[in-house]
Design a protein around this ligand. Structure first.
Ligand code: C5P
Length: 236
């Protein structure tokens, strides 16, 4: 008898985040009373849809075992990989005994702490009956230039260009196969690109612009502002 698919989350968190110039990986920097990764995992737990959240952590990471959330009953730890795609595949493998091929997996960057339940539910509700799945994305409001050696070679048609965010939502079996096939390919910087290489055409769902990725030092105060705004919104 077929039953409705479950939802799982995979959080790649094994990067070092060199662009932050900090003394520790960016996911462990303080943000609004917690660390960045605690804010991110709390945003996923708050949605109350995931059977488990698989977090890929580097073997040399001394910070993760110190966090209470690492022992949360819905959180499992997976070994991190060389590239982001390797970490995601490792996160999927750890769910192997429990997840079914047709279950949905939402992959979300550890470095995106301002994700709202609204965006998670919108992604799920829009794509639940889709054969492939898709991603949160944002249209580009800036004019986009094709540049090499600081010289403009052309202007891209921005009506066709969207910025890929996370979560990215795909079927467990299809995503695992696509990431296995893409192993070692440097062009695979998100899950959708691995599916695209297999000939699939993932959908986009417009996300909120406050779902920023912490990349540079100035992103932290901005993320703190967004988190505080969201809290006020909940209390109002
Ligand atoms: O470096 P970037 O911001 O693009 O990384 C996106 C996400 O992928 C981060 O959450 C980072 O921790 C994760 N990552 C990983 N394993 C790697 C490299 C990055 O889990 N080898």
């Amino acid at each position: 008898m077929s039953h409705s698919p479950k939802f799982w989350a995979v959080v790649p968190a094994a990067g070092v985040g060199k662009r932050m110039n900090a003394d520790r990986p960016k996911q462990y920097l303080p943000l609004a009373g917690k660390t960045v990764i605690e804010q991110t995992l709390t945003s996923l737990l708050r949605a109350e849809v995931f059977s488990a959240i698989s977090v890929a952590i580097s073997a040399e990471d001394p910070y993760w075992p110190e966090l209470a959330i690492a022992k949360h009953s819905q959180v499992v730890t997976a070994p991190g990989g060389r590239e982001r795609a390797d970490s995601v595949l490792s996160g999927l493998m750890v769910l192997g005994g429990q997840a079914e091929e047709r279950d949905w997996v939402l992959v979300h960057d550890a470095a995106r702490p301002c994700l709202t339940s609204h965006d998670i539910h919108r992604l799920i509700n829009t794509l639940m009956d889709d054969p492939v799945g898709g991603i949160l994305a944002l249209p580009s409001h800036d004019t986009l230039k094709d540049v090499q050696s600081q010289t403009i070679f052309g202007t891209l048609d921005r009506s066709h260009v969207w910025r890929a965010l996370t979560p990215q939502m795909f079927r467990y079996g299809m995503l695992r196969a696509a990431l296995q096939a893409a192993a070692g390919n440097p062009a695979v910087t998100d899950e959708a690109s691995a599916l695209e290489l297999q000939g699939w055409q993932p959908k986009i769902v417009e996300g909120r612009p406050d779902n920023i990725k912490i990349t540079r030092p100035e992103d932290l105060p901005l993320a703190q502002f967004y988190l505080q705004q969201a809290q006020w919104g909940e209390q109002a």
